[in-house]
Design a protein around this ligand. Structure first.
Ligand code: 5GP
Length: 201
């Protein structure tokens, strides 16, 4: 029997909550952690790197991936489509990697159905007021878009609390503390699983 044990880590949370920073810290600081690059139909922005942040694809290509059953999950977010490449994730798990998915709440529900032992973290803001302040301070969008993201965030938090998918709700009061907490949780969970495998082989 293989002594390699992979782990699927799902990190979710509303826009502006700091989940991308937490995700990248986990990826950098935990040996064996790899970030799964999703496909999306949204437009590339100057900040995005093709193949690093996303694979930017046409609607036709996205449809083809669906028909080829190439996604572990896919969902529509803010009117665009996003999907997690199945083969890449499966291969990395088989190599014993810690595979990180940063996806939305619908995606997490779907992943948990297919991979019940996925470890799922939902990052929460300290309060709704603080989330609104953070969305505004990013200075990326006009007020109507900020309000749309804020409304969406409130709905996402509601779904997350009720869907039974999350192992942990992590409140991001300060980024350093949230990163440290995420590292502690993920390291502990991974160590627990490695130990479970080594005692069963
Ligand atoms: P953005 O376009 O701002 O990078 O991402 C928008 C939302 O899509 C974020 O909540 C992000 O977590 C989510 N997302 C990114 N990739 C995927 C994916 O492969 N599947 C799903 N379901 N959501 C994704």
């Amino acid at each position: 029997m293989s002594d390699k044990v992979g782990m699927l880590l799902v990190i979710c949370g509303p826009s502006g909550v700091g989940k991308t920073t937490i995700t990248h810290a986990v990826e950098k600081q935990i040996p064996g952690a790899v970030f799964s690059v999703s496909c999306t139909t949204r437009a590339i922005t100057p900040k995005d790197r093709e193949g690093v942040d996303y694979f930017f694809v046409t609607d036709e290509a996205f449809d083809r991936h669906i028909s080829e059953n190439a996604f572990l999950e896919h969902a529509g977010v803010f009117g665009k489509r996003y999907g997690t490449p199945k083969q890449w994730v499966t291969d990395r798990l088989a190599e014993g990697k810690l595979v990180i998915l940063e996806i939305d709440v619908q995606g997490a529900v779907s992943v948990k159905k297919h991979v019940p032992d996925a470890f799922c973290i939902f990052v929460l803001p300290p309060s709704e007021e603080e989330l609104l302040t953070r969305l505004r301070s990013r200075g990326r969008e006009d007020e109507s878009k900020i309000q749309r993201r804020f409304g969406e965030a409130r709905r996402e938090i509601e779904v997350a609390r009720n869907c039974g998918v999350y192992d942990v709700f992590l409140v991001n009061r300060t980024l350093d503390a949230a990163v440290a907490q995420a590292m502690g949780l993920v390291n502990a969970e991974w160590a627990r699983r490695q130990k479970a495998v080594s005692t069963s082989t």
